[in-house]
Design a protein around this ligand. Structure first.
Ligand code: FAD
Length: 442
């Protein structure tokens, strides 16, 4: 048994020696250096915004610990292809399957949408090469605090790490993931939590088709709480199985709690995973485990105060989809627009105008209208029992694909989101309609 904090530290401290150090790609940024834009954080979001900003002709410094990408990212193939990143995939799947319950056809339901598993090394390598080509400089380390100077007096921002370094820049972008210390957020509801426990494991002839990902498999779930417990308001937070086959004998299987008010403990998810796999006739043997993943993603919560002098980007900016936990495609695809806003803002109005323009893209009026809707969806999901969740998703995946894919990809405008809601209501069964109405009223 491990405490959840140990699981999170375990995930963050993974070592992947095949991923080169950042300092092998980028030239050095030194203590007391001055740049136009300082990006804090070297996850997918930080690297993407650093590269795109430098491409606009601004001098860019990157500061972050020299660590590898550790998460196992999944993406929809069409979206990754549109970004020109197909070469950064480890596995491509012709389709993604779902099973809502044990009575579904044995072969599952095809979503008709190819899926991909990102190769962490290749994606990081690609983004770092983009940074290098555009001249981004790098200093390894953690920033303790950022202080913004008085622009009237031409004072620069200062990012500081005790005695170790002080860096100066006109703009600071915090791509610090779930570390929100450098930013201010609005008061309000706490986030929901997505938690998942997965293993890449050798299971000879596991039986999952190797050319298909499994997006959601509710088969062989643990039974719901006993009737008496349910009467007392006790119910099991739903979880499902997510599967990325590696080959016919190796598979990544992950027990996922999509979103909940509570953080389902990793040990509980692990027990559920092992029991489910056993019931499916695929026992997980400890010695055959190749990698363990403990995934912990805050979802939703209040947006950052916008505008503020420090610009947030990626998970720190609330760019994680509140109902799916995905952000990689969103962060990479928005980077050119945000970089342009910063470059033009600096040129045409100065530091405050540049951060205002960047924040307008991230959290202007339209993104705020959209997020209200996504939050509604997230709150609804958090209130669902497993049967209700199965019902919800069987309706969701029966929606016209422009709506279901647009919703998952954060691409629906606020008016399209209204259409999404009305269509869900129209094609849902009476139970789902009742749930939607009750949730709306509450
Ligand atoms: C296990 C797991 C699986 C996930 N799977 C998916 C998926 O399949 N698809 C998807 O789209 N999303 C997924 N997500 C969600 C989300 O996309 C990821 O968390 C993603 O890594 C967020 O990118 P980011 O660059 O914003 O932040 P991170 O990747 O968390 O990077 C943050 C960076 O900031 C640095 N940093 C933090 N504080 C400081 C500081 N004070 N000073 C300097 N540097 C600092 C960190 O060292 C790191 O370099 C997953 C998340 C987890 C945890």
């Amino acid at each position: 048994m491990k405490d959840d904090r140990e699981w999170i530290a375990f995930q963050q401290r993974k070592v992947f020696s095949e991923q080169k150090q950042i300092k092998e790609y980028l030239s050095a940024l030194n203590d007391r250096d001055k740049v136009d834009v300082l990006v804090v954080g070297a996850g997918p979001a930080g690297l993407a915004i650093a590269a795109e900003t430098a491409k606009k002709g601004l001098s860019v410094g990157l500061v972050a610990p020299d660590t590898p990408f550790v998460n196992n990212y999944g993406v929809w193939l069409d979206e990754f292809k549109d970004l020109g990143l197909e070469h950064c995939l480890l596995h491509k799947y012709d389709d993604a399957l779902v099973w809502f319950d044990d009575s579904d056809p044995a072969s599952g339901t095809e979503l008709g949408r190819p899926y991909g598993q990102v190769c962490r090394r290749r994606l990081r390598d690609h983004l770092l090469k983009e940074c290098a080509a555009a001249g981004v400089k790098y200093l390894p380390g953690l920033v303790d605090f950022v202080r913004h100077g008085d622009v009237e007096k031409n004072e620069l921002a200062e990012a500081n790490r005790g005695q170790q370094f002080t860096l100066n820049s006109r703009l600071v972008v915090a791509g610090t993931g779930h570390n929100r210390d450098m930013l201010s957020y609005e008061e309000g509801a706490p986030p929901g939590w997505q938690t998942a426990y997965g293993v890449e494991v050798r299971i000879p002839n596991h039986g999952f088709p190797v050319n298909k990902a499994v997006f959601m498999d509710f088969r062989q779930s643990d039974p719901e709480a006993m009737k008496e417990e349910q009467d007392e308001g006790v119910w099991r937070v739903p979880s499902f199985l997510y599967v990325l086959p590696v080959d016919k004998d190796v598979v990544f299987v992950e027990e996922t709690c999509l979103v909940a008010r509570v953080q389902v403990p990793f040990d509980e998810l692990k027990r559920r995973l092992y029991r489910r796999m056993k019931r499916m006739g695929m026992e997980i043997v400890e010695e055959d485990i190749l990698e363990v993943e403990a995934s912990w993603i805050p979802l939703g919560g209040t947006p950052p105060v916008a505008p503020q002098r420090t610009i947030a980007y990626g998970a720190a900016a609330g760019m994680v989809h509140p109902a799916s936990g995905y952000s990689v495609v969103n962060s990479i695809s928005k980077a050119p627009r945000v970089a342009t806003a910063m470059a033009e803002g600096l040129k045409e109005g100065g530091e405050i105008e540049a951060s205002r323009r960047a924040w307008e893209i991230l959290w202007g009026a339209e993104p705020r209208r959209q997020i209200g809707f996504y939050q509604f969806g997230m709150e609804l999901l958090m209130s669902l029992r497993i049967e209700q969740m199965r019902n919800f998703f069987s309706t969701f995946f029966a929606l016209p694909t422009n709506l279901s894919r647009g919703f998952l990809g954060n691409r629906l405008s606020s008016s399209e989101l209204i259409m999404f809601a009305l269509t869900t209501f129209a094609i849902g069964n009476n139970e789902l309609r009742g749930l939607l109405l009750a949730h709306l009223v509450s």
